[in-house]
Design a binder for this molecule. Structure first.
Ligand code: URA
Length: 423
């Protein structure tokens, strides 16, 4: 087979044959197709797109480039959630133990943050002693003993995607719905979950800024899941404003622990419970205990504590706190009608909560606390934000990101938290 024929076929708008897809992904994973040719093919896909059959086969080929975990002998159904990423999105932290407390097992492979959105592993790593890297045997052990595990994907899972995503990142070829959908789904299918709920975010703080693109991404991923025998449902959820009141690693863990203790911000609780119910229904446990009860009665908290401890963390240890704090005050009184998630994410990133390059460290205590959320009243001179950083020289730059991030007494027509459901 000749890679140039495949590139030219896609460049000219043809549908690739299954054996062409299998061959090119396999050869790329083995290092037999060089990066420049794969980059050209990805750019042709960005422009020409892929049919549903092509996307499914592309995903299958990436999945087959590595191992696929199998938890079918666990004795209880497995179910997982994937979020396309947002600002203040700490949902996994309380959701995973809540679902486990209701009877399903959750094998969750998560990632680290890059740019303005945070990563679940970065958040959990702010817990003293907690370890993201587990061997497949350790992952199985925690899942069996606790019912929930959140860890990093090992190098054996969808290795073709690992290489391809790094290449797309530096060749302007990330923004393609077929490539995004196949990348996400190859990893989720490799993790061996029996059912999957996708939280596809829409809005300024999300990958997908508009509802139409988010819906197309959701439909593509749901189709891939179905083609692979994994019951998949997608919710489109709002990401115009940050979720909750905390943005930053340790700050978000503290907020998730409030949710596990039966409190926490309303939007975080609502999304956690909604996604948890979907996960249980997708796992074939529609009559299971209600996740809202698991948050109220302490059973989700109990799973959380055991899950953290099983991965070396101390659930009672104080979380890291930034060395310095600065408040940003409101200049006028009125109703907060807009709070831009992307700008808040950028401010948190500038304070040290995020990384610019994969190898950069994050500052665990850095981030932004929101004192007022859209739909709430603010008074002139009262705090709008508290900025947290170890280095006070970061404050001015972060505050600049927030200058035009909000509006008081503008038009107020928020999207519902759950915009649509696709199955
Ligand atoms: N996340 C992924 O895992 N892959 C993409 O292509 C984009 C976001």
């Amino acid at each position: 087979m000749d890679v140039i024929d495949i590139i030219v076929a896609k460049r000219d708008g043809a549908e690739l044959a299954p054996d062409q897809i299998d061959w090119v992904i396999g050869a790329y994973a083995r290092g037999e197709v060089p990066d420049e040719q794969m980059a050209a093919l990805c750019m042709a896909i960005v422009w020409r797109g892929m049919t549903a059959a092509e996307v499914s086969r592309w995903t299958e080929a990436m999945l087959r480039s590595g191992e696929r975990l199998d938890f079918s002998d666990l004795g209880r159904p497995t179910t997982d959630k994937h979020s396309t990423g947002g600002v203040g999105d700490k949902i996994t932290l309380a959701l995973t133990p809540a679902v486990a407390a209701c009877g399903a097992a959750v094998p969750q492979l998560s990632g680290r943050g890059l740019g303005h959105t945070g990563g679940t592993l970065d958040k959990l790593e702010s817990i003293p002693g907690w370890r993201a890297s587990l061997t497949p045997g350790e992952m199985r052990g925690v899942l069996r003993d606790v019912g929930a595990v959140v860890c990093a994907a090992g190098p054996g899972l969808a290795p073709a995607d690992r290489r391809l995503y790094a290449l797309r990142d530096v060749t302007g070829t990330v923004e393609s719905i077929p490539l995004i959908a196949s990348s996400i789904m190859s990893k989720k299918l490799a993790e061996g979950t029996g059912a999957l709920v996708l939280d596809v975010k829409v809005g300024s703080g999300a990958f997908m800024r508009d509802t139409a693109s988010a819906r197309e991404l959701a439909r593509t991923m749901v189709g891939i899941g179905r083609d692979h025998g994994v019951g998949t449902v997608a919710l489109l959820t709002a990401m115009e404003a940050p979720l909750g009141r905390a943005v930053g690693n340790a700050l978000e863990v503290a907020e998730a622990v409030e949710v596990l203790a039966g409190g926490g911000p309303e939007d975080v609780v609502e999304l956690t419970v909604t996604l948890a119910r979907e996960m249980l229904a997708a796992a074939g446990l529609p009559g299971a205990k209600d996740p809202a009860d698991a948050l109220r009665d302490g059973s989700a908290m109990d799973v959380w504590r055991r899950m953290v401890a099983a991965q070396g963390g101390d659930p009672d240890a104080p979380l890291p706190v930034a060395a310095e704090r600065r408040q940003v005050l409101a200049a006028e009184s009125g109703l907060l009608t807009r709070l831009d998630a992307r700008a808040v994410g950028l401010a948190a990133w500038r304070l040290g909560a995020g990384r610019a390059r994969k190898e950069d460290p994050v500052v665990p205590g850095a981030g932004v606390t929101l004192h007022v959320k859209p739909g709430e009243e603010v008074r002139a001179g009262a705090p709008l934000f508290t900025l947290h950083a170890d280095d006070p020289r970061r404050f001015d730059h972060a505050a600049q990101a927030l200058e035009r991030a909000y509006e008081i007494d503008g038009g107020y027509d928020p999207l519902p938290l759950v915009i649509d459901r696709i199955d």
